[in-house]
Ligand binder design. Structure first.
Ligand code: URA
Length: 219
């Protein structure tokens, strides 16, 4: 886990050969939708494990069939809300929820209009009530301009104040991270990797293309 020095609470995983191998397959233009979705599920699961390392735990006493011993409970794992940003986050959420299996799930549709405006349209919002003990995880594979996530965070924060807000993604552009941290300094981010830059159409470079199109085989 790399703790980025440019921003607080931003973690990426170029030091993990396992994550980098999955990412390599996702980036490869020859990877079709089935393998692409599988890769997103695997990444979701792995990034969820990484998030649990930063969660509050409790020591408990339990009995094995033979004797009493110490045990661990990840207290925060019981209080998770996963917000799925349609549509590319669906497979990522599937992986996250395998580890964060107590999670309540919200769905948000948010899409960018084309260049040069990149306006965000949110047509569907279904978010559970958020409690002060909750860790809210917002799943969105591509953190590009950051506009979608800023809008999603604005919206999600209307449903109650959480203990933590964590964005989980595959790739992030530095521009997007800076914009999100400016608008929502309390937000943390766990992404497989931080890429170089955005192109004029708002795509991440070198990136992996359009995550939704690649996951579902349909533009
Ligand atoms: N969304 C994507 O799917 N890909 C990008 O590169 C940027 C935003």
């Amino acid at each position: 886990m790399i703790r980025d020095e440019r921003w607080t609470g931003v973690y990426h995983f170029e030091d993990s050969p396992f994550i980098m191998e999955i990412l390599t397959e996702l980036r490869d233009e020859r990877t079709g939708p089935i393998a692409f979705r599988k890769g997103l599920v695997k990444l979701g699961r792995y990034l969820a494990y990484e998030i649990t390392k930063t969660m509050e735990t409790e020591r408990i006493r339990i009995n094995t069939p033979l004797e009493e011993t110490d045990g661990v409970l990840i207290t925060d794992r019981r209080n998770v809300v996963i917000i799925t940003v349609l549509r590319a986050a669906i497979p990522l959420m599937e992986g996250l929820i395998k580890v964060l299996d107590h999670a309540r799930v919200g769905i948000v549709s948010a899409s960018r209009s084309k260049a040069p405006k990149f306006e965000i349209e949110m047509k569907y919002v279904k978010v559970p009530q958020i409690k002060e003990k909750d860790t809210v995880i917002i799943a969105d594979p591509m953190i590009a301009t950051g506009s979608t996530l800023i809008k999603v965070l604005d919206e999600v924060k209307k449903y109650g104040k959480a203990k933590r807000y964590v964005i989980v993604g595959v790739l992030a552009a530095p521009e997007g991270i800076s914009r999100i941290k400016e608008a929502h300094p309390d937000v943390e981010m766990f992404v497989a990797a931080i890429d170089r830059e955005l192109n004029e159409k708002g795509y991440i470079l070198p990136g992996l293309g359009d995550a939704g199109d690649r996951a579902f085989g349909a533009p």
